[in-house]
Design a protein around this ligand. Structure first.
Ligand code: M6R
Length: 606
């Protein structure tokens, strides 16, 4: 979603802001802007619609000088995509960038009668509100604190004023902000990746906190302006992880590096010899683990599908545990009941998804333990859960989630193995899972290498179709859902997914020769039944692609058979083929693969 960068220090602010905004491009945006102060404390503002390259064209005509400034990439919420609606906003002496939504902005706007608003945004109203408190006797810090007390909604903000030319004021409620502490320079960003290469020392601002930053560092307060002690933490990650490393797109890089990502996910957690699995950080006593009876898995989009896939394994492996998988945006408003000995698994790549976070808080309020399965280190969800674990997939830049899905499922499989052990599950199956998990990074690498060309060829053949139906049974059903989501996100092909057994209950009416069907066929007890659905599709003119681990005969138009001894982890192998397929269809259709239209990497508003 929107991105924020702020800088005060010794370097040309324009360069730092633009390079920071570029690092945040992956989050999705439709306009961008920066505001800086020059050496005579004169403010300069540049904004443009479209990509950062457009903003650079504006800046090339009139470059900004000076060593303090703020920058923003905007994803339109209030008001269309126009230069006037782009951030930073300026009212009086206040320059402001803002992520989040000010819910009561209409009421506030009506009360600010003397202001001539130039945009349709809630952010300009907030800038005007701060400015209305910013009289000669008041500091920017005090004005921001006063204004924020009147605000309802969410915000991560950075403000400056030419009247206090060495200061940035920062505040957060529900929208992340990180303050990077460098040598004679301080940076602010909504995402740690913008700080890499400048400093590893950072304060993660908490909700309800405000900070005053200058080049010497930052002082943190609550909104009553009482000082708060803050301990800087180390930013994780490497610069190379957020670069394409020779690939055409981040999406392909992230698909192809899944083997390496999984090695990190599994590191020190699975002992194949003894069939034991461990996850640190869950903060569950052996008794709590053993007594667990109800597991609710919460997520959105791909994270939800990861939970759905994992739920089949929890059921298979852990006797006496009921597993429920829920969509966060629905669950947060349902009158749900959590029986005794319940815990929730909160699944999120970004750790910032607004609906998922709201569920976490609601479940916690009702007294159940909340455990995070999160990728981004130091993210809000990771900080708010009672316990949990990182999936260590590394930074995922492309909007479409790939390696995070694989790492999320793998981490949940480890948890399922742990639970199986403490609940008296079948240890032969647990041992088999452990040895498959240890082999998984290599199996994924082999699969990707062996079938990439096949998937590219298939994608080029089917790229002309505008409709797709993904089908699967058992663990291949969540796989079908994830495959269809990936295809629609990056290729804009209308893709639906169904449990194969549902075909006759409605979706078969869609099938004609304008559709292709991608069927994930697992070599197992439901093999024949899955084929039944496939034949019904073929009989009605549908074009069929099969992805399978089976060596048996299958009547279809195109087939990719993976060669593997794995049994339990086959869905994760087949999924990598679906990812490649979606990627190459999107490339063949000439789409912006890494930043698909209308999508943002992390959905921090409802
Ligand atoms: O960061 P999160 O895992 O909480 O994000 C959840 C979804 O927004 C995300 O998985 C989304 O569906 C992706 N674009 C899927 O590729």
């Amino acid at each position: 979603m929107c991105g924020i960068v702020g800088y005060v220090g010794k370097r040309p602010a324009q360069d730092v802001l633009i390079s920071g905004l570029r690092r945040l491009e992956y989050r999705g945006y439709d306009s961008a802007g920066i505001a800086t102060l020059d050496s005579e404390d004169k403010p300069h503002l540049a904004r443009s619609v479209g990509k950062i390259a457009e903003l650079e064209k504006v800046l090339a005509l009139k470059p900004h000088t000076g060593t303090l400034g703020i920058g923003h990439t905007r994803w339109a919420t209030h008001g269309g995509v126009t230069v006037n609606n782009a951030h930073p906003h300026n009212v009086g002496d206040v320059f402001l960038v803002h992520n989040g939504i000010i819910e009561n902005f209409r009421g506030l706007k009506a009360a600010l009668k003397d202001v001539e608003f130039k945009s349709d945004t809630d952010t300009e109203v907030l800038a005007a509100l701060i400015n209305s408190k910013y009289d000669e006797k008041t500091s920017l810090k005090d004005a921001v604190a006063k204004a924020l007390k009147e605000v309802r909604g969410t915000y991560g903000i950075v403000a400056f004023s030419p009247r206090e030319p060495e200061t940035l004021v920062v505040a957060r409620l529900g929208s992340p902000l990180i303050i990077g502490l460098g040598e004679d320079e301080t940076l602010i960003a909504s995402d740690a990746s913008a700080l890499l290469g400048y400093t590893r020392n950072a304060i993660y601002l908490n909700d309800g906190e405000l900070a005053v930053c200058n080049k010497e560092g930052a002082k943190v307060y609550n909104l009553d302006l009482k000082p708060i002690a803050s301990t800087p933490e180390e930013i994780q990650g490497e610069l190379e992880q957020i670069q394409k490393g020779g690939y055409d797109h981040f999406l392909l890089k992230e698909i192809m590096e899944q083997g390496t990502a999984l090695k990190n996910t599994l590191s020190g957690r699975v002992d194949a010899k003894n069939g034991t699995m461990r996850l640190g950080g869950l903060n569950l006593t052996p008794k709590e683990l053993k007594n667990l009876r109800h597991l609710v898995i919460v997520g959105c989009g791909t994270a939800y599908y990861a939970g759905l896939l994992a739920s089949y394994y929890f059921e298979k492996l852990v006797p006496d545990l009921t597993t429920e998988v829920v969509i966060a945006s629905e669950y947060r408003y349902r009158s749900f009941h959590l029986p005794e000995n319940s815990a929730a698994l909160i699944i999120s790549q970004s750790g910032e998804t607004a609906d998922t976070l709201a569920c976490l808080r609601e479940i916690k309020r009702r007294g159940a333990k909340v455990l995070g399965i999160v990728n981004v280190i130091g993210s809000t969800i990771a900080r708010e859960v009672d316990g949990g674990t990182y999936v260590y997939a590394g930074p995922e830049i492309s909007v479409a989630s790939t390696k995070a899905f694989t790492a999320q499922v793998t981490t949940m499989l480890i948890f399922a193995g742990m639970l199986a052990e403490s609940h008296g599950g079948n240890m032969d199956t647990v041992r088999q899972l452990a040895s498959e998990l240890v082999a998984l990074p290599e199996n994924i690498e082999k699969t990707l290498k062996a079938y990439e060309k096949d998937m590219k060829k298939l994608a080029e053949k089917y790229a002309k179709y505008d409709n797709a139906l993904y089908l699967g049974r058992d663990t291949a059903y969540p796989l079908a859902l994830e495959g269809a989501l990936k295809l629609k996100e990056v290729s804009y092909v209308h893709a639906e997914a169904y449990a194969a057994g549902e075909l006759k209950h409605g979706p078969i009416a869609l099938v004609d020769d304008r559709f292709f069907e991608l069927v994930d066929v697992l070599d197992g007890p439901l093999f024949e039944k899955t084929l039944g659905g496939l034949q019904e599709v073929r009989a009605r003119g549908g074009h069929t692609i099969v992805l399978t681990d089976s060596k048996k005969d299958i009547d279809c138009d195109d087939i990719v058979r993976i060669d593997t001894d794995a049994k339990l982890t086959v869905p994760l192998l087949l999924n990598t083929l679906q990812q490649l397929f979606a990627y190459y269809v999107a490339v063949a259709r000439g789409n912006d693969v890494d930043q698909p239209r209308n999508l943002a990497k992390s959905v921090t508003v409802e």
